[in-house]
Design a protein around this ligand. Sequence first.
Ligand code: ADP
Length: 379
Amino acid sequence: MGDIQIDDVGKTYDSEEGEITAVEGVTLSVEDGEFVTIVGPSGSGKSTLLRMIAGLESITSGTISINDRAINNIPPQDRGVAMVFQEYALYPHMSVRKNMSYGLKLTTDLSKAEISDRVEEAAEMMSIKDLLDKKPGNLSGGQQQRVATGRAIVRDPEVFLFDEPLSNLDAKLRLHMRTELQRIQEDLGTTSVYVTHDQTEAMTMSDRIVILDGGEIQQVGTPKEVYARPRNKFVADFIGSPSMNFYDVAIEGSQLVGPDFQYTVSQDILEKVGDGIDSSDLVLGIRPEHIQVNPKDTENTINVQLDVLEHEGSDNYLYLMKDETEWTVRVPGNKMIESGMSLEITLPEEHLHLFERATGKNILVDSNSAQKIPTANTN
Ligand code: ADP
């Protein structure tokens, strides 16, 4: 068992310039066995939130509970959590074996034999058995990360906490460790909270994602939900690569009028722009992979010129211009397109996003369904 309940949690730091609010009003439930990733830009409060769960930072306001027990005042070693850090935090003078067993020796009454069994088992799981007698200084970054993860596994915690554990690895190794961590988490079924600034990592590893900005939750949802139904422009921009195209638009009649284009939309969309929303001050959003090039079955198109074509193997990225306005489009690599071509594009309505500029709110997403926090793994 290892469910986590975070209730209206805030954190302020005192600094010479005054109070800094790092986390504000965060409420979140993590189910037993779930893999939840906290993602956001630098300074958005991710580490602070994780460190409050770990007990490495005090909680200024609100309550954090694990298995229905408030842990605000419980020392880190008694919370049932094990943390893996970006810098591995291994003891340089101890062998790998000792690094992995040391915490158990200090905080449990397990016998020597039991500890040794656990270390062997975790080492097996992390494929580091042949490293057990080496010192961290003789290991590569990837191997050190395996040891750090193995050390967390031997603790047999209720909850794993990961603070950007793969950031120091090169791209290829990062990809490999990503799938490996997922596999281990699935095998062990241990509740995991994972912090990263990398949206791809968040999208590929998690049951659910929590997007933070300015210390506040912007959205909680499955990777599919936050990708398809971002609640606001921040989430829409942060999730997805390359990021969504955005254009300032106004509604005139049945058209969206942008800087260099007009585009007719259905009554359905127009009706969602309700009272109190300034229809002359909106932002249209559409992802590069959702724009259709040279559609056959519609005349509702925008005429553009191909400016730059980037081949990326399976996909092509097209940078299209309509006067001063650029559209980034992703199309399959086999689509025959040549530089300088004049093309038509269309914007399928099911993939359109329309944001209120003043608040960033996505007008086309039903806020009730988007805000709903699923209670179980929904992937
Ligand atoms: P992230 O992990 O998303 O990069 P952090 O949780 O590290 O963000 O930081 C959130 C905010 O809190 C930032 O503005 C940061 O400068 C501030 N902060 C973090 N730790 C401290 C500290 N020990 N003292 C003062 N301010 C801090």
